[in-house]
Design a protein around this ligand. Structure first.
Ligand code: B12
Ligand code: SF4
Length: 475
């Protein structure tokens, strides 16, 4: 059967590549349409003559999802349309707001396989109603009550390679990108209150082991396949907990060095970092390590965000990375419930002290149902529970919280990278942030973001501008 995946943003989605990789031997044909890279996405979908259409979506794309489902259903009324992705897992009730037929509220591999087995049978679309993990309307044609089929167990292991070719064959622009991204993990054992993992764990409770990881051999072989067939100068490893398992890392770095041997970026948790780990990373080619610093105020980090990592650990990781000539990049959030002007500047100051080279900054964007929403309600930073329909599309400029200091914290977020590039400007910037001129701060934020992006990826200026231009509709 022909399956056409649809998505908004111009990037290779790991969820979709995993589905195509898992089902690649089943005799099906997979293709993908990226809305932001097509002139007319619906025409592109129709031209593929799909037997089923599957949309992959994240929460901030809710409005886009509703519109896209309507357009696809108008063009292909008889083709089953299924919604998947993190937004579907978190808020399965969204099905009722769209014209899609089904929604996948669990991992997609077994669900899609169930659908592809059921659809050619005499019952057709109706036969899908028994597939575990699917959600559908009682009356498929009307917007009636939803039926939530029981959840299937989680896959015990991830033993297959993602299908990168799904994207590269259709969108050479993605294949040409000199930085290739990879992901070996699924799930997370930690429980930070701002992260979706915190919520998914509740949804997937009792269904099996949530945190799983490809074996180093499979992961490196997936990389090798990509680097041998498309230009690759750098590798970006997006695993949140890349450094969580020392033995895994030892095996990986040996294979990586002998078979891939390219500079790479990865994420490390500050409390995993010691001399052995950082030297191993340096030896295998790591040139930038990203650390989730989140905020310079330890109490806010540990109590409000539930990320139990001290500032002392941040200093240790900074020192070690400097010693081994690895750039330090940090992830930071502003507008955390309870945050004051002083605390926000502590974040910038801590970054300067630990030697941050690249600073990622955004306003905290909590998702409905997460622990941070509860804390915000208690602290009066939210008057009522959040609605996933009204979340801002960008966390760079807006906050969902109501507190008098939010505009000021947004300005501080905007000047954070500039302060790290030029620490001497900090006393002046501390005064400027009180100006009420969002356009000025937007400009500072966006221009320093571009410089960071280009430097961080060692892109030439022209290549860098082209890269940002390509992603403009996805930002
Ligand atoms: C890797 C990653 C990225 C990568 C690549 C993203 C990508 N689209 O693949 C990069 C760095 C580019 C990125 C960017 C962003 N990300 Co991101 N990212 C992740 C991360 C770490 C892993 C996602 C992943 O691939 N998981 C593994 C796959 C296998 O799981 P999955 O996507 O859920 O797919 C499974 C099912 O959902 C289902 N499924 C998926 N699609 C479909 C389709 C069909 C038809 C079916 C049936 C099933 C199905 O089957 C899949 C396999 O089981 C997650 C956090 C995490 N630890 O998972 C955040 C995460 C997804 N990102 C998040 C955010 C907010 C963003 C940004 C908006 C950040 C920003 N401000 O720019 C951008 C937006 C990019 C975009 N439009 O997708 C949020 C999303 C929150 C939400 N509620 O939607 C997450 C959850 C992190 C968080 N804050 O908690 N991200
Ligand atoms: S923020 Fe990182 S460490 Fe915390 S739960 Fe999410 S993925 Fe895990």
């Amino acid at each position: 059967m022909r399956v056409c995946f649809v998505q908004k943003s111009a990037m290779s989605y790991f969820g979709v590549m995993s589905l195509a990789g898992y089902l690649r031997d089943g005799g099906h044909n997979f293709t993908v349409v990226i809305d932001s890279l097509e002139h007319d996405a619906v025409a592109a979908i129709v031209s593929r003559q799909p037997g089923v259409v599957g949309i992959s979506v994240i929460t901030s794309e809710h409005e886009w999802l509703i519109g896209m489902c309507a357009r696809i259903k108008s063009a292909l009324p008889d083709v089953p349309l299924v919604i998947g992705g993190i937004h579907a897992v978190m808020y399965p009730e969204i099905l009722a707001e769209t014209r899609a037929d089904f929604l996948c509220r669990s991992e997609g591999e077994t669900v899609l396989r169930g659908m592809l087995d059921a659809l050619p049978s005499p019952g057709g679309t109706n036969a899908c109603m028994s597939v575990p993990g699917l959600v559908y309307r009682k009356d498929l044609a009307a917007s009636g009550d939803l039926v939530l089929n029981p959840m299937p167990p989680l896959l015990p292991e991830i033993t297959w390679e993602d299908d990168f070719d799904l994207y590269y064959s259709r969108y050479p622009v993605l294949a040409k990108d000199e930085m290739k991204q990879f992901l070996s993990q699924r799930g997370c054992p930690y429980d930070c209150y701002f992260c979706y993992n915190h919520l998914i764990k509740q949804r997937f409770k009792g269904l099996g082991r949530y945190f799983r990881r490809k074996k180093p051999e499979i992961f490196v072989s997936e990389m090798q396949d990509v680097v041998e067939r498309s230009p690759t100068r750098f590798i970006s490893i997006l695993d949140d907990l890349f450094t969580s398992d020392r033995q895994w890392l030892r095996e990986f770095t040996i294979l990586y060095k002998s078979r891939i041997n390219r500079p790479f970026l990865c994420q490390i948790r500050a409390d995993h970092a010691d001399e052995e780990l950082v030297s191993m990373l340096a030896e295998s080619g790591c040139f930038t390590a990203c650390v989730g610093l989140e905020t310079g105020d330890e109490k806010l980090r540990e109590e409000v965000l539930n990320k139990k990592i001290s500032n002392e650990k941040m200093f240790i990781v900074g020192d070690l990375l400097r010693k081994y000539h690895i750039n330090l990049k940090t992830g930071n959030m502003f507008g955390i419930p309870g945050e004051t002007e002083e605390m926000a500047f502590k974040t910038i100051e801590l970054n300067i002290k630990i030697g941050t080279r690249f600073l990622g900054a955004a306003m905290l964007l909590p998702f409905p149902g997460t622990g941070i929403e509860k804390i915000a309600l208690e602290k009066g930073w939210l008057k009522k529970p959040l609605d996933y329909r009204n979340l801002p599309a960008s966390a760079y400029d807006e906050s969902v919280f109501i507190a008098p200091q939010i505009p000021l914290l947004t300005n501080i977020m905007s000047i954070a990278q500039l302060s790290v590039f030029f620490p001497r400007l900090l006393p002046l910037l501390k005064k400027i942030v009180h100006l009420r001129s969002r356009p000025l701060f937007k400009f500072i934020h966006f221009s320093t973001l571009c410089v960071r992006f280009i430097r961080e990826r060692k892109l030439g200026l022209v290549y860098g501008i082209g890269f940002l231009w390509r992603f403009r509709k996805s930002l």
